[in-house]
Design a protein around this ligand. Structure first.
Ligand code: AMP
Length: 396
């Protein structure tokens, strides 16, 4: 695996794929700069070693069309402040002479920022001619965008074959190795905590964990598909009809593989999908017809905590309930606190996925877990398939 230390950057132009897909407010203000600041180590390294950096990123989902609100121009100032460097934003077309000229006129220490790569249809379609044009801008390709590592797009996958010199950036490698540590080199018992709204997006990753985890703790809206598959009454709770059979299959597979797959025994139910104090606790398979389950109940929290404190490796993806509502945030908060306390006792804890990270932030626990992975989709893909297209591209 090639890393930045393996490449001589002196006098070379370096195309760095970063992930600047930051949350923006309605007036285009950057609400969280983490995704910008986290690439600092890679960018500083290349510039300090004499390389000239061209940054390439996507922002939002413009679907191949120009969109003023998603232009990377709006990030220039923040990037410049965060990196303490001059940023030259160029929106000329990839493949145009003007773009090459503009880049040539910048100094080695300037950072060149190209326009949102998803303004081009060719990005998602993996157009080889487009990749070739992109590759003509630089001598070296560095991929530092772990969050898009599961996508076979032009700038994340196909482009790599047009470079002889290519490697993973520091952030990418840090993310990659922390997940590899869970897959290849973990201490037992390993507990996976899987929550969130939809079971369909996580069913394959649960299946994959059934091959190596000791415990899988289910929470969030997806718990109700499991409960319904066992014949429980879930009232008006969220569930996915199409996934009922698969949920039943996972329960059977867990028994066969001797994995402790736990489904919440109780839930906190509300009459409406809104934050309110008019809630009732019931067994999770006996939810009244006119109620919906919005959080895991106290029995479940207690049971899950007793498993988490005994775990040596913990992976957490997806909240236990609608943590955005104060009255239904207790399950997520208490499980988060339990993960933190286990980490303090020496366990390795990896938390990934946008909502789990938001939950940790909300409870001020971000710095208290071992590693936070910013790439929810890439993380799930890696656990499921044990490979990532962006890594394969660098290896080939
Ligand atoms: P996901 O993107 O699949 O990880 O889902 C995250 C979302 O699941 C969060 O916004 C939570 O509010 C939501 N969620 C968690 N538990 C429930 C529940 N019981 N019913 C509905 N939504 C839920």
């Amino acid at each position: 695996m090639k890393l930045v230390e393996d490449i001589c950057f002196k006098k070379k132009t370096v195309l760095v794929r970063v992930d600047f897909n930051v949350p923006l407010s309605k007036n285009g203000h950057v609400e969280d700069k983490t995704r910008i600041s986290s690439h600092l180590s890679t960018i500083n390294y290349i510039i300090e070693k004499g390389g000239k950096v061209i940054l390439l990123s996507h922002l939002g989902r413009p679907k191949g069309k120009w969109n003023k609100e998603l232009s990377l121009k709006i990030l220039s100032k923040t990037i410049s402040t965060e990196y303490k460097r001059n940023v030259c934003f160029f929106d000329q077309k990839i493949g145009s002479k003007k773009l090459i000229e503009n880049i040539l006129n910048t100094s080695q220490k300037d950072i060149v920022l190209l326009e949102n790569i998803r303004f081009y249809d060719e990005e998602a379609s993996g157009d080889l001619d487009f990749c070739k044009k992109l590759s003509q801008l630089a001598d070296v390709f560095v991929n530092d965008a772990f969050a898009t590592a599961h996508r076979k797009h032009s700038s994340t996958f196909y482009i790599a074959k047009y470079f002889n010199e290519k490697c993973l950036g520091n952030l990418f490698y840090e993310e990659y190795s922390s997940i590899l540590r869970v897959i290849n080199n973990f201490s037992s018992p390993l507990t996976a905590i899987i929550g969130g709204a939809k079971i369909s997006s996580k069913i394959n990753v649960i299946k994959s964990f059934l091959n190596f985890a000791d415990n899988i703790l289910i929470g969030g809206g997806m718990m109700f598909t499991f409960i319904k598959s066992l014949g429980g009454n879930i009232g008006g709770s969220l569930y996915e009809k199409k996934e009922l059979e698969k949920a039943e299959f996972l329960i059977k597979l867990a028994k066969k593989n001797n994995v402790n797959l736990m489904i919440p025994k109780d839930s906190i139910n509300s009459y409406v999908f809104a934050d309110n104090e008019n809630y009732k606790i019931s067994e999770s398979n006996k939810i009244p017809k006119d109620m919906i389950g919005l959080d895991v109940g106290p029995k479940t929290i207690f049971e899950y905590q007793s498993i988490i404190v005994k775990s040596k490796t913990i992976v957490w993806n997806g909240p236990m309930g609608v943590f955005e509502f104060k009255n239904f945030s207790k399950g997520t908060k208490m499980i988060a606190e339990s993960v933190v306390s286990s980490t303090q006792d020496g366990a390795f804890s990896l938390v990934g996925g946008g909502d789990s990270i938001s939950a940790l932030k909300k409870f001020n626990l971000t710095s208290k877990v071992s590693y936070i992975s910013t790439g929810g989709g890439a993380l799930l893909h890696f656990f499921e398939k044990k490979e990532l297209p962006a890594v394969q591209a660098i290896l080939n």
